[in-house]
Ligand binder design. Sequence first.
Ligand code: 3H9
Length: 681
Amino acid sequence: MTGQVHIERERDVAVLVIDNPPVNAGSTDVRRALMAAIATVTADADVKGAVLIGAGRSFIAGSDIREFDLPLAPPEMPQVIAAIEAAAIPFVAALHGAALGGGYELALGCDWRLAAPGTVVGLPETTLGIIPGAGGTQKLPRLVGRPRAIDLIATGARVGADEALGLGMIDAIATGDLRQDAVALAARVAGQKRRVIDMAVPDAPGLDEAIARASRRARPHVIHAIDCVRMAGSVAAADGLAQERALFQTLRIAPEARALRHIFFAERDAARGHPDRAARPLPVDRFGVIGSGTMGAGIATAILLAGKPVVLIDSDAAALDRGLAAITAALEEALRRGKIDAAKAQAARANLTTSLDLAALSACDLVIEAVFEDLDIKRDLVARLDAILRPDAILATNTSYLDIDAMAAATSHPDRVIGMHFFSPAHIMKLLEIVRAGQSSDLAMATGFGVARMLGKQPVEAGNSFGFIGNRIYAAYRAACEFMLEDGALPQDIDAALQEFGFAMGPFAVADLSGLDIAWRMRRARAHLRDPADRYVDIPDRLCEAGRFGRKTGAGYYRYEDGKPRPDPEVEAMILAASRDRGIARAPLAKGDIPWRAMAAIVNEAAHVLSEGVAIRPGDIDVVLVNGYGFPRWTGGPVHWARQQDVAALTMACARAARMTGPGHVPADLKVLGITGDHRS
Ligand code: 3H9
């Protein structure tokens, strides 16, 4: 044994077992141990071949990205790979679990690649703001051609074993025991070397198209990755490898890669929920969903796609039929896109039961209600479920805003009530806020997190506050954008500036897409709760009064022609009138002011959300905004972004954002978010 690599012998084949739980990340210690083990086996004249294999659940999930903020200690991965390539004996990479990034590059340094069924291989570095740094951009094109290599590297695709075999990324899939098959292969090819780096880059059609596809809206590091792949085969191999490595080293410590690493770890932290929670999730096999509208049908689809049975309930037969049609269409789409195979699609359809009668939920382990967003309707439903659900069943509400304590008070098991706030379309969007109401038990919360994992969602724990984490912060952001409308900007100015900042869409394009009428209805229902001293922008009300509900009516903040948004002079006139009626002298906003004001509102609200305990970690806020609200991932989320700004300027902007909202709004203490000025990179 050499540190984290054990050497075992199977006759004249040496098996190097990499053992660095949980995922065998390629840390400095692993690289050192590998280097020493390679030296040992290559110095042993009795060893005719070697197998590299991972202990535990993976081959190597990639380089240890926790080490990426610091200078990398020797030996670096390219040196380890060079030692394998220089060896006289063949090396077989025996892959299982994940062989990603540096792990797959290590496999590309071996002479043969054998994978267990279910292995995932690929070069996901671009998702972390970097490019492959140990030969990936130079070797993958030699196996799959440059166009396909560009597609795979630019998207960071994780490729299943069958597809990888078809593409040539691996040589074979093990039919028996992976280790034994790999040892047999190494013995069979004793004396042969087959270095990928020595192979020619095959001519493959479609290079220009692949470059165009991958370059669309690409971040700068992706463009670097494309350039490296283009270089493969057209420069000497050593030069290609050296250029790739130099770029990797520069990108690794750049702000964007740091931000993406932050969000990588924040997502994993968030998925744990409250750190003090000891309860283990209850097993959930039978699900019920009440309400077959857009959300209910989407949630039912998500459950079916995870291979679990669902009972879908609606009190209205026509609505139930519509829900069923939506689910059938979503499953067909998943089949068409290759997300499931025909057998899984058929099993999913067979797993769906519909009923008009709540009594059909009596055997369910978890029931998610997604009925109309009205507290009285929900309370009445919850009360009726008391007599139907098993006393140990968990009841989750998919409300976006309503008070879950008020709902839980209608049942005799309030400890079993939690919020599960899905995002639309629920079978596609990854974010899932798991909401802890006043009496939610640890068991119910742990079960909510367990279910989120089962559904492949990104869970984040939230407290029971109006709008939870995401909608509450988004409301502050939208309000700040509406203030800017009144102060001098037009929807298209604000949308363009925020898109340029990195948002997937501007707030007014988003509002048009989701429909202005829903928020209008809610504003009217809650009008009595509004502080009359708060600044209230009535432009959205004016739009709704004019029948402009957004895309679905062909007009909202924009006019839609052939589905495309166009600035509308009628809207401009309404906005000018609104400013005039409030006595506001409009003045154009500087371009940089728009994102700055919007971000100050977000950061201020985020700090309130954290100090009130609605979010339990600053990083959870980043995870919510990035996964549910189109916030640019490459900034690391609003909190990480805020930590890179000038503290005094941001503090002033946040105070101004609070002041502008109304006298009842106070500037938050940004220190709770860790905004101290020490994080700037
Ligand atoms: C790279 O390789 C660059 C090279 O080109 C450079 C060459 C020199 N580092 O996700 P999970 C931790 S860049 C450090 O919950 P799953 C993770 O934080 C890398 N830690 O499990 C968690 O820790 P904790 C390219 C890592 O089963 C634990 O492992 N590779 C790394 O749901 C379990 O993770 C990638 O981008 C890492 N690389 O998913 C792959 N990976 O328990 C990144 C994981 O303390 N990893 N951890 O919270 C993944 O995609 C998933 O972790 C994986 C397992 C699919 C492997």
